[in-house]
Ligand binder design. Structure first.
Ligand code: ATP
Length: 272
């Protein structure tokens, strides 16, 4: 049972906390196109929250509103209880929000370790100049950053490729490196943009396991968007379903699976 202030306990006994982010009556337009139409939902501390829907439903637009990249024309985003103003990407990172991208955005020529280290940039307190000169405080910071990066590399089981240039990796591993880089920022809210897109069955299973492990081990709240309904159902605590910019379902995977509007949307039943 969902208690609005206290959260809830999942079927597998995990405690889900209060609301971390609330989307209240969000409408987002691109010229004449309404990509998001008056949608409200929340994301709770410690939960894995999925946003799913067919092509063009508005999922990416919604993830970009959550991440602060798009500011909706109507409605308000609340983060940790306060209305969130328009923010620059580095301010979003400083608020403890990190994300991955649908089209992998790694530095192809750099090693896995160096890519993961770039995820630490927002944490660095000393300037690049002292970093370059390897001076006192920055040396300590560099060591700390490296320790976090190595810990995450171990956690995601990519030790064997830590010195390999990203350009040489298969697609599934690149996606895992992107996850590692996002985790390097030690986010409290992790946003995943179609983390399983383009993967084979085995890679999808691996990615699902890592997402669950991240949530379990670090207590990270995770919001993800996904086109494929099947893969997120086992993974998610609650699911928002979008279609043509509207919210057509919101609930546990079982509730959503039994929702006729959701079934129709996925079967491509005609709209009014
Ligand atoms: N930058 C943009 N400029 C204009 N229209 C846009 C823009 N981004 C999205 N749209 C439109 O908004 C609607 C929702 O698109 P969005 O990419 O959010 O859907 P989606 O559910 O993520 O789709 P997909 O699963 O195909 O990635 C579509 O009609 C799309 O054409």
């Amino acid at each position: 049972m969902l208690d609005q202030s206290q959260g809830y306990t999942t079927e597998d006994g995990r405690k889900i906390g209060g609301v971390v982010m609330e989307m209240r009556n969000i409408t987002l337009r691109f010229g004449g196109v309404e990509a998001i139409k008056d949608i409200s939902f929340d994301i709770r501390e410690g939960e894995i929250r999925a946003i799913i829907g067919p092509n063009g439903a508005g999922k990416s637009s919604m993830l970009n509103v959550i991440s602060g990249f798009y500011v909706p024309q109507e409605g308000q985003v609340f983060y940790k209880g306060a209305p969130r103003p328009a923010m620059k990407p580095y301010q979003v990172a400083q608020q403890g929000i990190a994300r991955t991208f649908q089209n992998i955005a790694l530095f192809e020529g750099m090693s896995v370790l160096d890519n993961v280290m770039t995820g630490r940039l927002t944490k660095m307190k000393t300037g690049l100049f002292s970093q370059a000169l390897w001076l006192g405080k920055s040396e300590k910071e560099e060591t700390e950053n490296r320790e976090v990066a190595e810990k995450i590399i171990d956690f995601l089981e990519i030790q064997a490729i830590r010195k390999t240039p990203v350009s040489r990796l298969p697609y599934g591993l690149k996606k895992r490196v992107e996850l590692a880089r996002a985790l390097a920022a030690e986010p409290s809210l992790l946003l995943l943009d179609e983390p399983m897109a383009g993967m084979n069955v085995e890679e999808k299973e691996d990615m699902s396991r890592f997402i669950l492990d991240v949530n379990d081990e670090f207590g990270t709240t995770i919001a993800l968007i996904e086109h494929d309904m099947g893969v997120v159902m086992d993974l998610s605590d609650r699911v928002v379903v979008m279609d043509y910019g509207k919210k057509i379902g919101d609930g546990t995977p079982d509730e959503v699976r039994g929702n006729q509007a959701v079934i129709d949307a996925y079967l491509g039943v005609a709209h009014d």
